[in-house]
Write a protein that binds this ligand. Structure first.
Ligand SMILES: Cc1cc2nc3c(=O)[nH]c(=O)nc-3n(C[C@H](O)[C@H](O)[C@H](O)COP(=O)(O)O)c2cc1C
Length: 375
């Protein structure tokens, strides 16, 4: 097994304290300093079959204790529930300053029982180097700059929050959450410990989690055999919208399906996913629109989305951090979501041609113009 530069200093007992690091309060109004905003949290199911790497916020309570979010349906919560069931504190490792691919895969909503390290290894074509932990039965990325190890309590016994969040607002809500008890800290001399003061878009929360949500959404829609071109959550919407574009021949692939039924099928898959509780609105559009281009999106939605028709509302799980919902809805973690069928009618059945250079001029004319165009 590899070794890592973070093993340069291995601290145990009283010496293993967060007080030796400059951990600051990131937004005025936060409940305290936040130790983890970008680091990967490593936990493993009690049967050792599933090791999960994820990012979640963790607040420093004092040198030896931290608390953080353990929200459903996140894997850290699923695995913590397994440890609570057998009555044993959950071992954890929090790794700071890992190589850049790691935060991106840690923020990806991979399916249950898929280990992020396996996914990244498959992506790179070689396993990622890991190092055995000092006091817990876990391995951590060898590229870590700081590794914090210990066990998580069995009860929600610490007050967590508030924290300025990715929706762009300083929240005022707190909740009781489990406690991370620190037993060992290893670090490189002059270690790099990145922090993300999440807030109004766009920051690293949106680019990192947004890419993961989009990629996973597209994968799930393709797996379900639906004809789709792209799934994209615009960073500017604080990841509250999912735009799905579909090829113009989708009707050939799904005969006897209305555009509204198609849009509802798409929304059911997005809302049924691990990140579905973040998606307030799903828009289904033809793929002449580029969902990653806000100019395209802001033209297409008002010109293709009926203000009251061709939409379907469903009440389902929501992330309590979503600010558009009422206090009661956030407390219950349930609220309404909407899907808009913005698909153009069939050719010859009322479909208007797009009045643009690409839309209304024959290809030979366009080619001639481009051949003479001087930039
Ligand atoms: C900077 C950043 C901060 C995040 N903070 C949290 C958080 O505090 N709580 C949370 O549940 N998810 C948070 N996420 C999103 C999760 O990392 C993401 O949903 C991931 O899929 C969770 O891992 P899992 O799929 O293995 O459960 C954050 C993502 C990023 C990029």
């Amino acid at each position: 097994m590899a070794t890592g530069p973070f093993q340069q200093n291995i601290l145990r007992g009283e010496a293993a304290t967060l007080d030796i690091f400059p951990i600051g309060t990131l937004h005025e109004g936060d409940g305290g300093p936040y130790a983890n905003t970008w680091g990967t949290i490593v936990v493993r199911s009690p049967d050792r079959r599933w090791t999960s790497w994820s990012i979640a916020r963790i607040e420093k309570l004092d040198g030896k204790r931290m608390t953080g979010l353990f929200q459903k349906p996140q894997h850290i919560r699923m695995i913590w529930d397994m440890w609570v069931k057998i009555g044993k504190p959950m071992p954890f490792a929090v790794c700071q300053g890992c190589e850049p691919g790691l935060p991106f895969v840690s923020a990806m909503p991979l399916e249950d029982w898929i280990s992020e390290s396996d996914y990244l290894g498959a992506h790179f074509g070689e396993p990622i180097d890991v190092v055995r932990c000092e006091v817990v039965d876990l391995e951590v990325p060898a590229s870590s700059e700081v590794v914090i190890e210990g066990h998580v309590s069995l009860k929600n016994d610490s007050l967590e929050g508030p924290f300025g969040e990715y929706q762009g607002y300083e929240a005022n809500e707190t909740a009781m959450q489990p406690t991370y008890h620190i037993e060992s800290i290893s670090h490189r001399d002059g270690a790099i410990w990145p922090f993300i003061p999440e807030g109004r878009p766009i920051d690293e929360f949106h680019t990192c989690a947004g890419l993961g949500f989009s990629v996973e959404g597209l994968g799930l829609l393709r797996e379900a055999g639906l004809p789709v071109t792209l799934a994209w959550t615009p960073f500017e919407t604080a990841l509250s919208w999912m735009l799905v574009t579909v090829p113009s021949d989708w009707r050939e692939k799904l005969p006897n399906t209305s555009s509204m039924d198609f849009a509802k099928k798409i929304a059911a898959i997005i809302w049924g996913s691990l990140f579905g509780h973040c998606m307030e609105i799903v828009y289904v559009l033809d793929d002449d629109v580029d969902p990653t281009d806000m100019k395209d999106v802001l033209w297409a939605i008002p010109t293709r989305c009926h203000p009251t028709d061709r939409q379907s509302v469903e009440v389902g799980p929501i992330l309590p951090l979503l600010t558009c919902y009422s206090h009661e809805e956030r407390q219950a973690a349930r609220g309404p979501k909407i899907v808009h069928d913005c698909l153009l009618p069939e050719d010859g059945k009322g479909r208007a041609r797009v009045s643009s250079f690409e839309g209304v001029y024959p290809e030979d004319v366009r080619r001639k113009v481009m051949a003479h165009w001087r930039w």
